[in-house]
Design a protein around this ligand. Structure first.
Ligand code: SF4
Length: 225
């Protein structure tokens, strides 16, 4: 190799080194992140959010709870069920919609081909049990609101099902009763949303079974379109 070739080779190596130094970080940023890595990241964000909720004392409901109840289910579910707040059993077990109302909700989901294990995420508007199962106060709902909004963004469901008046009013921003909010499709944070009666209310009022079935069929038709 003569001197001019040797010089050219060394010069090219120097240019490559300089390019790597200047453009290297940008090249790395442009590389697509593998899907499994994104899922791992979302799983980690989900765990951090749950820990934040478990340690939260932003409103007076933290004083009477056994534990906060963040939510259960899969990421990217077909349906995200949002109820009102944990009851006594949920507070004891740390899981939303357990006990008779929870089993009834599972029946509803099964009737339209869904299950909480495979394609549903379940949570509540407030994550701590209101004492005596009273309605959560507006200030408590507002304190807990950012958690639900972050969950909706992170979980990213295809459709939201609001179970009961409190969830339906919160998600629609309306003061109408559940009888007026159910039976049609709403838009909530850019996602389709259906409201229906709360399973515990339907257990007490069998007349509501027919409208619930209509709402579930509406939910299924949104998923199928
Ligand atoms: S209800 Fe929500 S805001 Fe209130 S203490 Fe529990 S997690 Fe925090």
């Amino acid at each position: 190799m003569n001197m001019s070739h040797e010089f050219a080779r060394e010069f090219r190596e120097l240019v490559n080194l300089a390019e790597d130094f200047v453009y290297g970080p940008y090249r790395q940023q442009r590389e697509p992140v593998p899907e499994q890595e994104l899922d791992r990241d979302r799983g980690a964000v989900r765990r951090l959010l749950e820990q934040e909720i478990l340690a939260c004392n932003l409103c007076p409901l933290s004083g009477g709870r056994t534990q906060a109840v963040p939510g259960v289910g899969v990421l990217d579910p077909l349906v995200m069920v949002i109820g009102e707040g944990p009851g006594a059993e949920e507070d004891r077990l740390g899981e939303p919609f357990v006990g008779p109302a929870g089993r009834y909700l599972d029946d509803w989901l099964r009737a339209i081909g869904l299950s909480r294990e495979d394609n549903v995420y379940i949570t509540n508007v407030v994550k701590c049990r209101p004492p005596g199962n009273r309605d959560p106060e507006p200030a408590e709902i507002q304190a807990c609101r950012p958690y639900l909004e972050r969950q909706i963004q992170l979980v990213h469901p295809r459709v939201i099902l609001a179970a009961g008046r409190i969830a339906a009013q919160f998600l629609t921003g309306s003061e109408l009763g559940i009888g007026k909010l159910r039976g049609r499709e709403h838009s909530c944070y850019g996602l389709p949303m259906v409201a229906t009666y709360h399973p515990s209310g339907v257990l007490r009022n069998p007349d509501w079974r027919r409208p619930v079935w209509e709402d579930l069929k509406l939910l299924r038709s949104i998923l199928d379109r």
